[in-house]
Design a protein around this ligand. Structure first.
Ligand SMILES: Cc1cc2nc3c(=O)[nH]c(=O)nc-3n(C[C@H](O)[C@H](O)[C@H](O)COP(=O)(O)OP(=O)(O)OC[C@H]3O[C@@H](n4cnc5c(N)ncnc54)[C@H](O)[C@@H]3O)c2cc1C
Length: 197
């Protein structure tokens, strides 16, 4: 996706790939803010910038920009990535970070179908059984850092919740390492125990 920045450029705002804004979503011009697909946001922690063309991000940035326009000083921080698309008829959700190269200690567990997810209350159930269902979970040193859910989307929200909360999965890490084939099942059991009581 390519942000439409021509109007901003013609108005003399600082741009790069998008409209450049600071962590308060202020552009280079006083009292002019940018949010959503068009905003390229400075990250004060890294000194770099980020541009994320996703709906939840646009919504969050709209709220931050609106609050700041109304006199607040709310910082815009990057949330956990979540995206769902239909590829070849199969819904595929990507959650969090899938960059294997970021951490040498990352552990990857995969499974085709895990019933356990569907036992929790309030879990987003798929309406139809999909021909292809696959879950891949990336586990860092202490937390789940990312996941891919293809087909049946029952695990998507639980996994998003655990990535967002930084759920400490140290207690099951040894089990995941010992038996990666049962890894997704272990994560599902962990979720049911910790999050649904
Ligand atoms: C095919 C497709 C699939 C997507 N799938 C997903 C998905 O699965 N998950 C997800 O999270 N996100 C998805 N997105 C991204 C998501 O749609 C965007 O991140 C989100 O809509 C951005 O909101 P926004 O308000 O920043 O921009 P937009 O929704 O693009 O709104 C900007 C508006 O400004 C108007 N505009 C532009 N220039 C001017 C001008 N000069 N004057 C007046 N009006 C102007 C435009 O017409 C538009 O209505 C998808 C996008 C596309 C295109």
């Amino acid at each position: 996706m390519r942000p439409q920045i021509d109007l901003a450029q013609r108005a003399g705002l600082a741009t790069d790939r998008g409209v450049l804004v600071n962590e308060y979503l202020e552009t280079s011009a006083a009292d002019v803010y940018a949010a959503g697909d068009v905003a390229q946001v400075r990250d004060p922690r890294t000194g770099g910038t980020w541009l994320e063309t996703l709906w939840p991000t646009a919504r969050m940035q709209g709220q931050v920009a609106g609050a700041n326009m109304a006199g607040s000083r709310t910082v815009c921080t990057r949330g956990v990535l979540f995206n769902a698309v239909r590829i070849g008829g199969i819904v595929t959700a990507t959650i969090g970070s899938l960059e294997r190269s970021l951490d040498q200690d990352l552990l990857m567990v995969t499974a085709n179908d895990v019933e356990t997810w569907r036992q929790g209350p309030g879990i987003w159930m798929a309406e139809h059984a999909d021909e292809v269902s696959r879950v891949r979970i990336l586990v860092g040193e202490r937390t789940i850092v990312g996941a891919v859910v293809m087909g049946d989307q029952s695990p998507a929200r639980p996994l998003l919740q655990m990535v967002e909360n930084g759920a400490d999965v140290t207690s099951i890490r040894a089990g995941l390492q010992a038996d990666p084939a049962r890894g997704v099942e272990l994560v599902a059991e962990f979720y049911l125990e910790r999050y649904t009581g």
